[in-house]
Design a binder for this molecule. Sequence first.
Ligand code: ATP
Length: 283
Amino acid sequence: MQASTPPPAAVSIRNLWKRFGGHVAVAGLTLDLPAGSFVGLVGPNGAGKTTTLSMATGLLRPDHGTVLVHGADVWSDPVAVKARIGILPEGLRMFERLSGRELLQYNGRLRGLPGAEVDRRAEELLGVLDLLGAADKLVADYSTGMRKKIGLAAALLHNPDVLFLDEPFEGVDPVSAQTIRGVLARYAAAGSTVVFSSHVMELVEQLCDWVAVINAGQVIAQGPLDAVRGERSLHTVFLELVGVREDDGQALGWLGAPERGARDGAPNGPQSGAQDTTQGGAR
Ligand SMILES: Nc1ncnc2c1ncn2[C@@H]1O[C@H](COP(=O)(O)OP(=O)(O)OP(=O)(O)O)[C@@H](O)[C@H]1O
């Protein structure tokens, strides 16, 4: 499975560290992401994915370590790097009082693209992402999925070499997710690099050809998807790698059991309160 000459790295991360107060969020993380690959970053909650992506894209300064994007240092050569990357961060803050179309036009101009080219690309992206009907609506009035799509359009407008996406499918309905997948697949097929974080292993397996598993601020596995998962599913391998916590059978023993004397000393068996709650929840 090992290639004799490794492909050039689009993103090369070396010994990256980040501490928040007493908590080490990223602990000496080293990662090489091959150019032209579709990379999935997976890891449990709090593993350090967002912190890593933020440092890799110049949004958060590392305590230590380097990140190179196509050979340019993110922190010592930020202008060169930012011209080559697109970012869809988690919880992206946008100019809410602009319409979707205006947001793209503003982004395109900031990127130094000629006006006519910005307009052409913006209309195409709005069309492909099924946002033409909402193009003149304020971003403030966009739904979660629409926000992800307009954020993706803004990240792609200048045709970056590397696209970083933090949880691009979170809160997105299946129709919009399919649209986003189509755009990403088309972008990657043209030879660009996509790096995205996700908790959805099935999605990573469908889209990605390269995977990095992050746990406790470090990379615990990385490589081509087939090499990382072997004959098994990524889900199974992931759970094994990060270690599933065993339930000792003691915790939550009260949950679902009849309450005795907890409320005004009155028993609350399944035929009284529990049943009412179920009916209430069904409405
Ligand atoms: N600004 C911050 N201040 C303090 N702690 C932070 C900050 N940002 C992240 N952390 C902590 O750093 C650790 C890594 O967080 P991070 O958001 O990078 O994880 P993640 O892998 O993206 O998690 P998730 O999958 O839940 O989004 C967590 O313990 C988190 O609480």
